[in-house]
Design a protein around this ligand. Structure first.
Ligand code: COA
Length: 258
């Protein structure tokens, strides 16, 4: 598959997806959003890929936001459609992907960039990273899920402050607030993400996909997360991975998940 603004590197069971518009600090234009959708879909359907890392090219930015030049002249209908389609094909799509997605936040993650990192299943940041939702400084609000996912991750008060001030927080603050799990020097960012990916890959991909569904259920309107957990727990009992995982434990050996 040919892409203009993203690069994909496969390393065994791992895929590293890099947003590659460094001259625009990897800002998300329409084409990049569509390419990311296609790439995530393709990697999720590729059963050899067990973990996806998403990052930005260069040392300055993960993603500096949605591409402001593309929506500056939009009207109400176009603005509504921009948020609706973006949420559907990228941000919700990533959150609900069965394959684990780690965001390696290697610099500015602003607006749509932070929203993309928050849609990933968890985040690791380099020490130079800066995060924020600056939309109100442009007279608009976060439209790619930021008003919902930021309070889920850092709590309502801190999210309100970040959104209202349009300010940026440092990587260390983001870690203290629970927005990122680790902060490391830039050269350690991908190696740490890969180490975490290897730990994830040792486990059952089928069970991980079910766990993602159950965790996400708590954040979905009108869905009872406990019920989804019961359902997904039960479904696990019918999988080959369950048979292999429990048999391996009882036989005192490591499981071999296909
Ligand atoms: N949309 C479109 N282009 C963007 C962009 C965005 N969100 N963020 C950066 N760029 C472009 C700049 O226009 C510039 O392009 P140019 O060289 O053709 O003029 C290039 O990326 C480099 O950015 P620049 O502003 O010169 O870098 P900087 O180091 O001075 O500042 C930032 C970095 C991140 C502080 C600044 O680019 C910024 O504030 N970006 C917008 C952030 C934002 O509001 N995001 C939310 C959008 S909803």
């Amino acid at each position: 598959m040919d892409f203009e603004n993203i690069l994909i590197k496969e390393k065994g069971n791992l895929a590293i997806l890099t947003i590659n518009r460094p001259s625009k600090l990897n800002a998300l234009n329409k084409n990049t959003i569509e390419e990311l959708h296609r790439a995530f879909k393709m990697l999720n359907e590729n059963k050899t890929i067990k973990v996806i890392i998403i990052t930005g090219s260069g040392e300055k930015a993960f993603v500096a936001g949605a591409d402001i030049s593309e929506f500056a002249n939009f009207n109400v209908e176009e603005g509504t459609e921009l948020a609706r389609k973006g949420q559907e094909i990228l941000f919700d799509f990533v959150q609900n992907l069965g394959t684990p997605v780690i965001a390696a936040v290697n610099g500015f993650a602003l607006g749509g960039g932070l929203e993309l990192a928050m849609a990933a299943h968890f985040r690791v940041a380099s020490s130079n990273a800066k995060m924020g939702l600056p939309e109100v400084s442009l007279g608009v609000i976060p439209g790619y899920g930021g008003t919902q996912r930021l309070p889920q991750l850092v709590g309502k008060g801190k999210a309100m402050e970040m959104i209202m001030t349009a300010g940026m927080i440092s990587a260390e603050e983001a870690k203290d607030w629970g927005l990122v799990n680790y902060v490391v020097e830039q050269e350690e960012l991908l190696p740490l993400c890969e180490k975490l990916a290897i730990k994830i890959m040792r486990n059952s991909s089928v069970a991980i996909g079910a766990a993602i569904k159950a965790v996400n259920a708590n954040y979905t309107n009108c869905v009872n997360g406990f019920s989804v957990e019961i359902e997904q727990f039960g479904v696990s009992f019918g999988t080959i991975d369950f048979e292999e995982g429990t048999t391996a434990f009882l036989e005192k050996r490591k499981p071999n998940f296909e």
